[in-house]
Write a new protein. Structure first.
Lengths: 92, 214
């Protein structure tokens, strides 16, 4: 029987608070009308929020290394598909 | 787990294997939504002005409220799993119930938001959309209804899954305790929780793409 790490509720509360703060930040930044920069910041903040959920709520940080390999394979596939699509669409 | 578990019929459990299975399924879900996001990205570059004006028509307050509801539901989810792992089945059932309730609140807010759009004649293939809106706006609303609709279906599926896991826990409580099966219940709840969190992760990207980038 494997031993699971019992994560404290305090950690979850901190992650939740960080997610709420980042939501506030992304709404505030969007209101500043920074042009194309606002798209980049919105995606970047969303990526940080998603990472927090994946690492702590979904416990990726505490899973065997193989879990990260699986996620990397999926994210790399998505990145390649997006890059190839834009290599096509952008130069039509 | 205690030595009595070896005599149980489910002695050959593989919690890591079952989580790998769940993760593999979740990765296919990511690819499904990534395809939709790719369509969004391509059309956004083609109709950037139309997307800009159409996005301003969406209700930011409701989108923000739904974001807070879903983020908080992820917190109650992990608290439920943590309670089950510590053998506190009653607390786990309560947190799971709270998570399902927040899923229902999310759907109610989303339904309210969609209903407001419908009243303005904006729904897939509507005559209003075809006549009074530009091609880019039509594509934007098409993506909006497709992606938020697909996401809402995932919320419903997640609520059903959590309902089943909650019923397992309540059944064990009705029998006067899990009787050494807390680990099994916690494992099931954790896998259901992984699905719920993925639904949250998808919304984390949907929210800025539709409500903020304008």
């Amino acid at each position: 029987m494997e031993q699971r790490t019992h994560l404290p509720a305090g950690l979850f509360l901190m992650v939740w608070a960080a997610l709420l703060v980042l939501t506030g930040v992304t709404v505030t930044v969007a209101g500043l009308h920074l042009g194309s920069f606002s798209v980049f910041t919105a995606i970047a903040i969303a990526a940080v929020k998603a990472s927090l959920v994946l690492l702590f709520f979904m416990r990726l940080k505490y899973e065997p290394f193989f879990f990260r390999v699986m996620l990397f394979a999926a994210v790399a596939t998505i990145t390649v598909i997006m890059a190839l699509t834009f290599a096509d669409v952008a130069f039509r | 787990m205690s030595t009595t578990a070896h005599a149980a019929p489910h002695a050959h459990r593989d919690p890591v294997g079952s989580r790998i299975g769940m993760w593999l399924f979740l990765l296919t879900e990511m690819l499904l939504f990534a395809g939709c996001f790719l369509a969004y990205a391509v059309f956004r570059t083609r109709y950037s002005d139309d997307f800009h004006f159409a996005a301003q028509e969406l209700n930011l307050s409701l989108g923000l409220l739904n974001t807070l509801v879903l983020l908080t539901s992820s917190l109650t989810m992990v608290l439920g799993i943590a309670a089950m792992e510590r053998g506190r089945a009653r607390a786990a059932a309560a947190w799971t119930g709270a998570t399902i309730a927040m899923g229902a609140a999310f759907l109610a807010i989303k339904g309210f938001e969609w209903a407001a759009k419908f009243r303005h004649g904006i729904y897939p293939n509507s005559p209003e959309l075809a006549s009074a809106h530009t091609m880019g706006e039509q594509v934007f609303y098409g993506l909006y209804f497709t992606l938020t609709g697909l996401h809402a279906l995932h919320v419903i599926a997640g609520m059903a899954l959590l309902g089943i896991m909650g019923a397992f826990i309540l059944r064990a409580l009705g029998r006067g305790g899990a009787g050494g099966g807390e680990g099994v219940l916690a494992g099931r709840l954790e896998n259901a929780g992984l699905y719920w969190h993925l639904v949250d992760v998808i919304w984390i990207f949907l929210f800025p793409l539709f409500y903020l980038i304008s």
